[in-house]
Design a binder for this molecule. Sequence first.
Ligand code: DHB
Length: 388
Amino acid sequence: IRTRVAIVGAGPAGLILSHLLADAGIDSVIVDQRTRGDIEQTIRAGILEQGTVDLLTAIDPSSRVHTVGTRHDGIELRFEGEGHRIDFPALVGRSVWLYPQHEVLKDMLALRLRAGQDLRFEVTASRVEGVDTPTPRVFATTAAGDELIIEADFVVGADGSRSVVRPAITGDAFNGHFREYPFAWFGILCEAPESSEELIYSNSDNGFALISQRSHDVQRMYFQCDPETDPTVMSEEEIWETLQSRVPGTTLKEGPIFQRDVLRFRSFVASELRHGRAALVGDAAHTVPPTGAKGMNLAVADVVLLARAVNALLVENDARLIDAYADEALKRIWKAQHFSWWMTSMLHTLPEHTEFDRRRQLGELRSVVDSEAGRTFLAEAYTGWPLA
Ligand code: DHB
């Protein structure tokens, strides 16, 4: 089949990109190896930056982010048994929204399908060829086992951390900058009311915990654990005891735990984000550790830049923006890499930490909360630097 832009991956990046391209009169085909149901049910992060919400609102003024989602005007950093609120609007005039990623996906899928988007589920792309020619091609297989070749003017890899588009751009699936962390998050979803009005990021002597939310009757919580932890082994009682011991000062409202998972911590930036007529966005281009919730927001920032660049290339035959795409995107990506690494390193405790490391870390937290400049730095990054 022939299209102008072949998009591999129907996550937030691919779907929002197809909308922005359609807005500019550029048709695209999206393929994703998952079913629509799988895409709509994958539990991922929950925090949207101000700029992401502004974009979703521009795409659909009646977006459910404003009815189902909740605006959060701050977070709490807790250490040495005390909470310290970071007041976003007072510091930077911006906020974040708690609105789970799978809800964004439901909204965007419905919107794109209603607009007639060519969107093919259960189509597994395997490789991309011809990125150095004017007509790159995506090779894929349908659920029925038929080969599908998509010929396009431009190919976008929005296909997550195990991207099959990436090798056509970086020359190798793993070329890039990597960092692994010696800990992970044990995440739970439980049926309970909120334990706190706002998110609590807690650095305790027993390790890190994050008290987040999903809705008035479903809560999301995490605690730092060993990456090799088997999530099925702990009893619910042990999980609650662990969480409880890490947020001294708050009595968590407990309830049945209906999902548990272990999230590994990685930082990654691909060595190249664009080669010839192909580019990477979202997790295909980079991974951040979850602390600070930058992942999906960074994907959105990538596609805003890329949509503009592809438009200039394909409609005005002007390659300047696409030539600048990687450098421009990388400025924000490395800022987000730093912020995610910084929040992570400031909040987690490590077995090999000496007493010096531990006290220095508490000193760092105190430098942030005691200083308006420190709180402002955090608030600016957390609510998101303005989109280009
Ligand atoms: C959530 C995840 C994060 O990484 C974070 O910093 C805040 C919230 C969440 O899943 O709710």
